[in-house]
Design a protein around this ligand. Structure first.
Ligand code: TZP
Ligand code: MG
Length: 215
């Protein structure tokens, strides 16, 4: 499997953007287009449905040698053998966890990514033992409409201070990618701009090429 250090394009299978597409097929398109890491994000669905989607995607990511991240459900990540789980600050710290090892459902084998929206949150997530951080939302985004943008200032802070892999996220498109890169990001999450593209494979390839030509 690709190490996090090799990962630049982090793409998603987000159930809100499936529009009837099969999750395994969409994951295959993301892999074929050169995504380095894939997250399954399913909001407002029963656990059994999240499991069903994860079971469809995992063989595809495994065949491609790409890590799968299960959002919000550490127990599913562990049970299915996904490489990562992703949690928000509130999911982790407000649930009373302080260290990743304390999160029993992960059982030691699953690595954890944590969201962050400000420097103090990033610092505590690093101390807690997160494998990677999300930095965002950089811009306002329909994928997470209630979230306030952190702006490029926080991306610049992340670039100056973070020593573990981190991904800029939120409203990233081909139009603003250059300014995100100029702020210091080298790894990005792209959800709707890829999943809404007319050709998902090509969209991934375009992001991947732009990211790999950044210094
Ligand atoms: N966390 C912060 S912004 C975001 C998440 C899950 C959504 C990113 O989606 P998009 O469509 O790339 O803006
Ligand atoms: Mg969450």
């Amino acid at each position: 499997m690709k190490s996090l250090l090799e990962c630049r394009l982090y793409a998603f299978v987000d159930a809100a953007y499936l529009r009837g597409r099969a999750p395994g097929e969409l994951a295959r398109e993301l892999c074929d287009g050169g995504a380095d890491l894939i997250q399954l994000r399913v909001k407002e669905a029963p656990v059994a449905e999240v499991c069903r989607l994860a079971e469809a995607i995992l063989p595809v990511t495994q065949r491609a040698g790409i890590g799968l991240v299960i959002n919000d459900h550490p127990a599913i990540a562990k049970e299915l053998g996904a490489e990562f789980c992703h949690l928000g600050q509130e999911d982790f710290f407000e649930a009373g966890w302080r260290r990743v090892e304390e999160l029993a459902p992960l059982g030691g084998a699953v690595k954890l990514g944590l969201s962050s929206h400000a420097p103090d949150q990033a610092e505590r997530a690093v101390k807690a033992g997160a494998a990677y951080l999300g930095v965002g939302p950089v811009y306002r985004t329909g994928t997470k409409p209630a979230a306030r943008p952190v702006t490029l200032d926080y991306v610049r802070w992340a670039s100056d201070h973070l020593l573990i892999p981190w991904f800029a996220i939120g409203g990233i498109t081909l139009e603003n990618l250059d300014e995100v890169l100029a702020a210091g990001a080298r790894r990005v999450c792209v959800v709707s701009a890829i999943l809404n593209a007319p050709d998902v494979v090509r969209a991934c390839q375009t992001y991947r090429d732009r990211l790999s030509s950044a210094p």
